[in-house]
Design a protein around this ligand. Structure first.
Ligand code: PMP
Length: 294
């Protein structure tokens, strides 16, 4: 296999040489932010939206990314070129950088920036047709007043804890509610329900990441004339839905066939989910920034 090149603080280094300090506050405290992006046929899908969200997350935690937008874009494109990547996953991480053992970010003079591109382990074709098994979990989504889920921070323990719960339940995905019992999102995806042809997704202020795939699906619904609502709902609405699906950069659009033991619809991906997946896959190599001309 050819060498994997990683962008690390202005340099392109091999995987073996990509080393970050043990005093980095990203490691010590989860102090930092990140993005997960896809490249399809040489096109970085929704590139601007992902970079904007990265800069917004940084601003929110008072972290200054030491690269201007165009510089970061070029670093990402160059990492892709050096790895000869046409299709894959891009991870950008910006941490507070190395400091001392105290948590004060003023002790971290230089943020760490890294970009990794890799092949993606995605769900099987079968999973897209048959859907996932999901469970709702006891662990609540971080309340926005404490750590706003709109920030794509390196602090993913909330999500990891629910993933552990769903693993113990033998499920593929977890559904997280907020403190009031409203459905928010999956462990790493946004959630949608379909009832009588109407698609509904929870508003992000309830405690969800403003998913870029989520927005792409909202836009597609509008384009296709599918009625869409952003409205709070509970697990009851999930159980009685005709279709339930998750959206995310890695997952794209994937149905749930069974949730907390209830069979959703016909127990496989429904027609609206499959239509949206098909339409979504038509735009992924169009809408974005082209590193390679296909
Ligand atoms: N929610 C969470 C918690 C996530 O980690 C992700 C993946 N980034 C999503 C939703 C989906 O967001 P996107 O469509 O931008 O990948």
């Amino acid at each position: 296999m050819s060498e994997q090149w990683i962008y690390l603080d202005g340099e392109y280094v091999t995987k073996e040489n990509a080393k970050v300090s043990v005093f980095d506050h990203g490691f010590l405290y989860g102090d930092g932010i990140f993005e997960g992006i896809r490249i399809y046929n040489g096109n970085i899908f929704k590139c601007k939206e992902h970079l904007d969200r990265l800069y917004d997350s940084a601003k929110s935690i008072d972290l200054v990314i030491p690269l201007a937008y165009e510089e970061l874009l070029e670093a990402m494109a160059e990492t892709i070129r050096r790895n000869d990547m046409r299709n894959g996953y891009i991870r950008i991480v910006v941490s507070r950088g190395a400091g001392n053992l105290g948590l004060d970010p003023r002790r971290c003079p230089k943020p760490t920036v890294l970009i990794i591109v890799e092949q993606l382990a995605i769900y099987s074709d079968e999973a897209y047709l048959n859907g996932l098994k999901a469970v709702s979990v006891a662990q609540r989504r971080n309340i926005p007043d404490a750590l706003n889920p709109k920030i794509k921070s390196l602090n993913y323990l909330n999500n990891i804890l629910v993933k552990i719960q769903s693993n113990f339940a033998g499920a593929d995905e977890a559904i997280m509610m907020n403190a009031q019992g409203y459905v928010t999102e999956g462990s790493g995806d946004n959630i949608f329900i379909v009832k009588n042809g109407v698609v509904t997704t929870p508003p992000c202020y309830l405690g969800a990441l403003e998913g870029i795939t989520r927005q792409a699906i909202i836009d597609l619904c509008e384009k296709l004339g599918i009625k869409l609502k952003e409205e709070p709902f509970s697990m009851h609405d999930v159980y009685i839905a005709d279709e339930v699906f998750f959206t995310g950069t890695a997952a794209e659009v994937i149905a749930a066939r069974e949730i907390d033991g209830r069979i959703i619809g016909k127990g496989q991906a429904g027609p609206v989910t499959l239509q949206l997946l098909e339409e979504f896959r038509k735009i992924v190599d169009q809408d974005g920034y082209k590193v390679w001309e296909s």
